[in-house]
Design a protein around this ligand. Structure first.
Ligand code: NDP
Length: 379
C-alpha cells in the first residue's frame, strides 16, 4: 500500500517569458513489497523483478520476486544501461497471464516487461556516447546490456525526459492515433473517455477540445474529477464510483455521445451504450476493468450491445497503437511536443521511488490508486 508523503512538487516552468503550469508530479512512496528484500545498490550488481507466479485475479506481491546478480557486460555493438525511470502500464497485467493475445506472455521466472528511460554507462557502439539518455523495452531492472538498435535516443523537444514514457510516449500515441484515425472528432460533437486523469484519457479529452468537440471525462473520485475539469479543462467530469453515475453521465451528455473512447469496459460501457448517437465511433483502446478477470465477460449485455451496433450503425474498432506508428508517429511528435511545452496540453505523473516499489505501484494503478502516468524512479 502506498502512502502519499504529501510532497507535491510543482514543476511549473517558464517558456519564453510565459508561465506554464504544465504538470505536477506527485511523489508517492510505495512501500517495498512484502517478502522482497531491499538490496544495497552496489556498483557491480544489478537488481530485477521477475514474474514469480501467475496472478489469479488481482495481482499480489507474491506474484513478483526480486533478484540480483553481477552487472551485465556489454558486447560489441551494445550499450550498458542504468535505468532511470520505469513505465508501469495496464497492458502488463495481460502479459502475466498464460493466454493467447497480440503479444506473448511473460514466462515464469522472466523479468517483467516494460519500457524505460536509461542512461548509457558504457557504449560499444560508435553512434552513442556515455551519459546519453535512451529509451527501450529493457524491463523492470536496474541495468541491462542491449544492442544499440534496440533503443532510441530520448528526444522530447525540450520537455522533461519522463514525457517520453507518457504524454509523448506510447500512451500519448495511443490517445492521439485512436482519436485521429478512428474517432475523428468534429466541432460540436461530444467525446467521452474514461480513466480520464491517466495518460491516455487525459490526452484524448484535451485533443478533443482542441478539435472543437465537447470533452466529458469519467474518472474515479472527487479529486480526480476536480483535476480533470479544472486543470485539464474538460467540459465535464463524472465520478464512476459515485451513486447515480449513469444519470450523471446522461445529464453531462444532453446531445448524446458521438465518440466513446473505450479505455475501461465494465459498468462504464453499460452507462455509455444507451447514450450513443447514430454513427458514433468507438475506438476500443483498452478494457482495464476486465484485466483481472479470467476472460473478459463483466456484466455487459452482449446481445443488446450488438443490436445497438446494428440499429445505430456504430463504428467500433479495436486497435493497438503500433499499427498506426508508420503513418502517424512522426506527426504525433511534431504536433504534440510544442503543445506540451507551451502548456496547451497538460499532464500529470505519479512517481514511486525505487525498483522495490514497482509491484505495489503496479497493483495500485490497476485499482485506480494512481493519479496520472505511473512511473518508478529507479536511479
Ligand atoms: P491509467 O494510468 O489511467 O491507469 C488505469 C486507470 O484505469 C486507473 O487509474 C483507473 O482510473 C481506471 N480503472 C481501473 N479499473 C477501473 C474500472 N473497473 N472501471 C473504470 N475505470 C477503471 O492507464 P493508461 O492511461 O495507461 O491506460 C488506459 C487504457 O488504455 C488501459 O485500458 C490500457 O490498457 C489502454 N492502452 C491501450 C493501448 C493500445 O495501444 N491499445 C496503449 C496504451 C494504453 P480511475 O480512478 O479514473 O477509475
Amino acid at each position: 500500500m502506498r502512502v502519499s508523503n504529501g510532497g507535491i512538487c510543482d514543476l511549473s516552468r517558464t517558456t519564453a517569458g510565459r508561465q506554464n503550469t504544465i504538470h505536477q508530479a506527485t511523489i508517492l512512496n510505495a512501500s517495498p513489497v512484502a517478502g522482497i528484500a531491499c538490496w544495497d545498490t552496489e556498483m557491480d550488481t544489478y537488481r530485477q523483478i521477475v514474474l514469480a507466479a501467475r496472478p489469479k485475479g488481482v495481482p499480489t506481491p507474491d506474484n513478483f520476486r526480486l533478484e540480483s546478480g553481477p552487472l551485465p557486460v556489454a558486447a560489441e555493438g551494445q550499450l550498458l544501461l542504468r535505468t532511470k525511470y520505469l513505465s508501469l502500464d495496464p497492458y502488463m497485467r495481460g502479459r502475466m497471464n498464460d493466454a493467447k493475445s497480440y503479444a506473448a506472455p511473460i514466462e515464469l521466472g522472466e523479468v517483467m516487461e516494460g519500457e524505460v528511460i536509461a542512461e548509457i554507462l558504457e557504449s560499444l557502439h560508435p553512434s552513442y556516447r556515455q551519459g546519453e539518455l535512451v529509451q527501450g523495452r529493457t524491463g523492470w531492472r536496474t541495468h541491462a546490456a542491449v544492442p544499440a538498435h534496440a533503443t532510441r535516443r530520448v528526444e522530447t523537444g525540450g520537455n522533461p525526459p519522463t514525457t517520453a514514457l507518457g504524454v509523448l510516449g506510447m500512451p500519448g500515441f495511443a490517445a492521439y492515433s485512436g482519436l485521429k484515425v478512428i474517432g475523428q472528432p468534429k466541432a460540436g460533437e461530444t467525446v467521452v473517455v474514461a480513466a480520464a486523469s491517466g495518460p491516455v484519457g487525459s490526452l484524448v479529452g484535451q485533443l478533443a477540445r482542441l478539435a472543437g468537440a465537447r470533452a466529458v471525462g469519467i474518472t474515479g473520485g472527487a479529486d480526480k474529477c476536480t483535476y480533470v475539469r479544472n486543470h485539464l479543462r474538460f467540459d465535464a467530469a463524472i465520478d464512476h464510483r459515485a451513486e447515480g453515475f449513469s444519470d450523471a453521465l446522461a445529464a453531462a451528455c444532453p446531445d448524446g455521445i458521438d465518440i466513446y473512447f473505450e479505455n475501461v469496459g465494465g459498468p462504464v460501457w453499460d452507462a455509455v451504450l444507451p447514450l450513443l448517437n447514430r454513427y458514433a465511433r468507438i475506438p476500443v483502446c483498452g478494457l482495464v476493468a476486465h484485466y483481472n478477470e479470467g476472460k473478459p465477460a463483466g456484466g455487459s449485455p452482449v446481445a443488446e450491445t450488438i443490436l445497438t451496433v446494428l440499429r445505430r450503425s456504430l463504428l467500433i474498432r479495436g486497435f493497438i497503437n503500433t499499427e498506426f506508428a508508420t503513418e502517424h508517429y512522426d506527426g504525433f511528435l511534431k504536433e504534440l511536443r510544442p503543445l506540451v511545452r507551451s502548456g496547451d496540453i497538460r499532464y500529470r505523473e505519479d512517481i514511486a521511488e525505487g525498483l522495490e516499489a514497482a509491484p505495489g505501484a503496479f497493483i495500485d494503478m490497476l485499482a485506480g490508486r494512481n493519479f496520472g502516468k505511473t512511473l518508478v524512479r529507479i536511479s
